[in-house]
Design a protein around this ligand. Structure first.
Ligand code: AMP
Ligand code: MG
Length: 406
């Protein structure tokens, strides 16, 4: 048995990223950069106004106040999208719009709200510091600098940055294909009517949905029954992907054959059983293919909550590494106050499904009710995990706890 922290680092340390490919800006959201991106030019490309107002020389209006405004002659108008054709002269102002290039001779912009137009002049009600409301050339990005580093996951902000420097295609790691193999003789498809002892295969849906949410491409391999030969056939198919997730059959029951089948198919098991609740029987291994690729295999327990918890705790950092993030960060933990008592008698790390809410200045968190690993509605209702560390015992309402937002 390994600890949650050991399991995490065993996974992250043994996974290497998939290959990279060029990708268009429209398609690369959520993918990870495979190269450092250098800025071909400054952003902004020219000094420009941060406000609608008046470009002027701060020196001309050093004494301006609301009570005794200073009058400047209006010289011209500078809209966004073209360069100003006039040069500012002392004692004058140029009406300027947000984003318009700052005319030569001007050193600050006074926002319209601090001014009043009078025929062909403008009354200025405030004395600005030099540079006020001017966005300087290169203030955001300098030409030649590394704007985004290899290993950065491209969020909408990063996509916008790439667009702003004219990059239409960029090298990103492939979206990993991840096989999902659900195992259990009792399982039937969603549209089927359960016969005696049968249940619907919900894990295939929760796991593929989690994979999509985490920028992977799920490949649903359907259900394998608890037979070693059937499992082996499906595992062989699964190993054609970049990673494999199995669900069920990794505990100690007589029909828990997944570990044996994985080993027979050449998967080297790195650990089995993690000191957590729920999800204890999880296993992880690596299959080295004939052409030298290393395929991570996550064997998750079949209980619906356990499979989701182990996905979020262990598959997620593995997927991060697989998709090119160099050092997956553990999820952000936030301090909260417990809204109810929780009993804990063992030395396992617990991931309690919780509902956190803001209450005045604090975050208060309660449980979703029954924490049985079969109660899948607890995952549907939860917005966080309450983390109970190994050494924790019973907790009382009002105690501080750490939560991970879902
Ligand atoms: P196992 O890990 O195979 O021992 O399964 C533990 C429990 O989870 C059993 O009650 C199974 O019926 C249930 N279970 C296993 N696989 C699934 C699945 N794909 N969807 C829903 N429940 C499952
Ligand atoms: Mg089973």
């Amino acid at each position: 048995m390994v600890s949650a922290a050991e399991a995490r680092s065993l996974i992250v340390d043994s996974i290497t990223p998939v290959s990279a490919e060029p990708c268009s800006l429209q398609e690369c959201g959520g993918r990870v950069l495979a190269v450092d991106v250098l800025a071909p030019h400054d952003v902004p490309l020219f000094d420009n106004s941060g406000m609608d107002g008046f470009a002027l020389r701060a020196d001309d209006i050093r004494k301006a106040t609301r009570e005794s405004p200073v009058e400047l002659k209006l010289l011209a108008e500078a809209p966004a999208g073209r360069s100003p054709d006039v040069r500012l002269r002392p004692g004058t102002a140029i009406r300027i719009m947000t984003g318009a290039p700052v005319p030569e001779g001007a050193d600050s912009v006074v926002e319209q709200e601090q001014t009043e137009i009078r025929n062909s002049s403008v009354m200025i009600h405030t004395a600005p510091a030099v540079g006020r409301n001017i966005r300087r050339r290169g203030e955001d990005i300098q030409a030649g600098s590394v704007v985004l580093r290899k290993g950065t996951r491209l969020n909408p902000g990063a996509i916008g940055v790439l667009a702003s420097i004219g990059i239409e295609r960029v090298a990103v790691y492939r979206r990993p294909s991840v096989a999902v193999l659900t195992t259990g003789t009792e399982l039937i498809g969603v549209s089927q009517i359960p016969g005696p002892g049968q249940i619907r295969n919900s894990n295939a849906y929760s796991l593929t949905s989690l994979l999509r949410q985490h920028n992977a491409a799920p490949v649903d391999l359907g259900i394998a029954s608890d037979s070693c030969s059937e499992l082996r056939v499906s595992i062989r198919k699964a190993l054609a992907n970049d990673a494999v997730i199995t669900s069920g059959g990794v505990s100690v029951g007589s029909y828990d054959l997944v570990l044996d089948a994985l080993k027979t198919e050449g998967v080297e098991i790195h650990f089995w059983k993690v000191n957590i609740k729920p999800g204890m029987p999880m296993a992880f291994g690596i299959k080295t293919t004939d052409d030298g690729r290393k395929i991570p295999v996550f064997a998750l327990p079949g209980n619906p909550v356990s499979s989701m918890v182990t996905f979020l705790q262990f598959v997620r950092p593995g997927l991060e590494k697989l998709s090119g993030a160099p050092k997956p960060e553990p999820p952000l933990r936030i301090r909260a106050v417990l809204g109810e008592d929780i009993r804990k008698k063992d030395r396992k790390r617990h991931f309690v499904r919780g509902i956190a809410r803001n209450e005045n200045e604090r975050i208060v968190v309660g449980t979703t009710g029954s924490q049985s690993s079969g109660v899948l509605t607890s995952m549907a209702a939860a917005n966080c995990f309450i983390i109970l560390p190994e050494e924790a015992g019973d907790l009382k309402a009002g105690d501080p706890v750490e939560i991970e937002l879902l």
